[in-house]
Each structure stands twice: as C-alpha cells, then as structure tokens.
Design a protein around this ligand. Structure first.
Ligand SMILES: NC(=O)c1ccc[n+]([C@@H]2O[C@H](COP(=O)([O-])OP(=O)(O)OC[C@H]3O[C@@H](n4cnc5c(N)ncnc54)[C@H](O)[C@@H]3O)[C@@H](O)[C@H]2O)c1
Length: 352
C-alpha cells in the first residue's frame, strides 16, 4: 500500500492507494469513523458494478443509505444538488455522520460540495473510481457544481477525511474515459516528472500500463499533494496544474462539451501551446515531438480543430482564473520542468 499525507494549515488527511482496497473498505472506515450512519453517493454505472460490493462491505457495521445519480456531467447541477440534500435530510443525517463520494469526478465534486454546505459541513471521504478522479479530482479539496452559465461556478475548498484509491476499479472503466484520464497523467509528466513521462512512452501495452498503475497513481497524487500544500487556494503555484487547460477549456466549450472529453481538449491544449513556445525558443527543441508521440500512443488528439481565433481569445478572456489585465499561462522549459508566465491580454494571440 502507498500512503500519502496531505498537510495543510487547517486539515491533514491520508490518501491510501492499493489494489483490492475496496475488498475491506468497511474495516478501513471503522478505523476513522465510529458512528453508524453512512450515506454513499454514487452514479448508476458505478452502482451497477460495485453497488452490491460496497453494501456488503458496510452492512455489518453501519446503517447505509445509497443515493444514485444519473451518470454524466449533467448531474453536477443545482437541481440534482437539491434532491441530494432532500434525500440526506430524509435519512436524518447529522454533522456526526459520514458521506462517501463513490464514483468519478462528477460524483466527487458534487458530493464534496453537498458535504461542505449541508448543515454547514458534514465529514466525507472520497473513494474515486475513474482514473481522472484517482489522480486529480479526489485530491486537493476543490468541490463544485455547475451553473447554466458555466462549469464549476459554485464551489468551495473542502477536504475529505481520507481518500481510498483502489486501482482495480479501473478495470471496468470505458477505454475513452481511461485515455481521458491519461491526458492528465501525461500532464503531470510534462509539468513535474520526466521519468513518469518516459515510462509512459515505454509501456508496450495496456497490460504493462496496468501492471504499473498503482505506482503511476502514487506519483501523480504526490505531485498534486506537493503543489496543493504550497498553494492550497490556487493563487500561484497550483496554476501549474492548468498546463494545456487554457486552450483546452476553450475547445471543450466551443464544441459544447460534446465533441471532446476534457482530457482530449487538454491534450490539444498541451500540444498547441508547446508548439508556440518551442517556436519562440522558450521550450527545448524536440519537446513537441515527444508530446505528439505520447498523445498518439494514448489515443488522444493533438491537432487544433478549426475555430475562430478571435472567439477563442474572447473565451479565454472570460475565464474566471484570469484577473485584471493579466493572463496566466503555463509553459514548459522541457519535459518535467514547467513555469507560470503572466502575459498581457493583448499578447495572448501569440500563444494561440
Ligand atoms: N475537483 C477537482 O479538482 C477536479 C479536477 C479535475 C476534474 N474535475 C471534475 O471531474 C469531472 C470529470 O470526472 P470524470 O472524468 O471522472 O467523469 P465522471 O464522473 O462522469 O466519470 C466518467 C464515466 O465513467 C463512469 N465510471 C466511473 N468509474 C467507473 C468504473 N470504475 N467502472 C465503470 N465506469 C465508471 C461514470 O459512470 C461516467 O460515466 C468534471 O466534472 C470535472 O469538472 C474536478
């Protein structure tokens, strides 16, 4: 088992990573939670495959209520939030009880937000089930729901009591979501871990990738832990995690979140900004080729689709992460070494 501890001024919590961890999740939870009531929030896909397993694991020691959402981003909405609050109140949940987020990033973000707001805060734990959730969204405390005007517009920072990561759950994940998560794994390699990047290039099959998945997840979570510990509220170093995201968000939005997954859009963003920075002499020559090679290998797109440049820049200007006249972009010096560059809005067109 790999263990990481997130150490923040207001909160410390562990991340456990182990194949098969779900098989005795009840025993694990007993170590940190002494009351009876547990509400498990999940989605219908995860419930169908693992619902019985989690119920069986918890039923001897806890009183369990399952709340099952429709799979997909649409569930991160105010309407769904309202229903979840109602179900939890019907269950007579109190601040001494526990909520479990058991699913991908959608379930994790919504459950975290519910937990942070209902009764002014109920403890929760994360059991992430998608690759993206295991390496990214379950760690770092960002929780949110969407508004019709945009994604993640209502949210807060609220950390779980613990994160339990079982990489075996990924065996049932649809391939497109696996590669979607791989885009973020590749991003960690690009920004902080050349060795991880190199290993990813060398795996010859999904079997080889899965044989190393526990280690891969550990390395990604460790990078995120270090970054979150030094900049919990995302005002400086944490923005490094947005490598490829400025353009990526624009691509996702332009195609109404239908044509490209988040990871696919980030892949395009990472490739394109590096193309520009390598041309400008900021990024070591040859970096772009390596990125292209790895994206092709993990079945991710790299070419920018046909989009109106003016519209792209307007969308970037509206991004909530950009303040005043400055836009923060993340560039690579080389694979494994990244930095944040503040640029004037009027110079953004040089990077698109
Ligand atoms: N909080 C953060 O820091 C943060 C970071 C990145 C992304 N996010 C958010 O994460 C969300 C995307 O997360 P996601 O990609 O996990 O999407 P998701 O939660 O929709 O899961 C993807 C799909 O995989 C299915 N699934 C999940 N685990 C499975 C398993 N083990 N077996 C079979 N199917 C499984 C789900 O039912 C869903 O259909 C977005 O809303 C994004 O905003 C949050």
């Amino acid at each position: 088992m790999h263990t990481l501890n997130i150490n923040l001024p207001q909160k410390n919590y562990p991340i456990y990573i182990e194949k098969g961890l779900m098989n005795n999740i009840g025993e694990e939870l007993k170590k940190i939670y002494k009351n009876k009531k547990i509400a498990v929030i999940t989605d219908a896909n995860v419930e169908k495959i693992y619902g019985q397993k989690i119920r069986d694991n918890l039923k001897n020691d806890f009183e369990v209520k399952m709340i099952v959402l429709e799979p997909g981003e649409k569930s991160k909405s105010i309407d769904v939030l309202q229903n979840v609050y109602d179900e939890l109140l019907d269950f007579k949940i109190t601040r001494a009880d526990l909520i479990i987020a058991f699913g991908g990033g959608v379930v994790g973000d919504l459950t975290g937000f519910v937990s942070s707001t209902l009764l002014r805060g109920i403890p929760f734990v994360q059991i992430p089930t998608s690759l993206l959730a295991q390496i990214d969204s379950s760690v770092g405390g960002k929780v949110a729901v969407n508004l019709p005007k945009g994604k993640n517009l209502i949210g807060s920072f609220y950390h779980p009591e613990a994160v339990y990561i079982d990489p075996e759950l990924l065996n049932t994940l649809d391939k497109r979501f696996l590669y979607d998560g791989m885009a973020e794994v590749i991003k960690y390699g690009c920004i902080r871990d050349e060795n991880l990047f190199q290993n990813l290039l060398e795996y010859n099959s999904n079997k080889e990738l899965f044989d190393s998945i526990e280690e891969i997840i550990y390395r990604c979570c460790k990078i995120k832990k270090n970054i979150v510990e030094s900049d919990e509220k995302d005002t400086g170093e944490r923005m490094i995690l947005n490598f490829g995201h400025t353009l990526g968000h624009t691509v996702e939005k332009h195609f109404k979140y239908e044509k490209y997954t988040h990871g696919e859009a980030v892949a395009i963003g990472m490739y394109h900004i590096t193309k520009k920075s390598e041309n400008m002499g900021i990024t070591q020559k040859g970096t772009l080729d390596k990125i292209k090679k790895i994206l092709i290998k993990y079945k991710l797109p790299y070419e920018l689709p046909n989009m109106n440049k003016k519209e792209v820049i307007e969308t970037i200007n509206l991004d909530k992460k950009n303040k005043g006249n400055d836009i923060n972009i993340i560039l690579l010096k080389r694979i494994g070494d990244s930095f944040l560059k503040k640029i004037d809005r009027k110079d953004m067109n040089m990077y698109i």
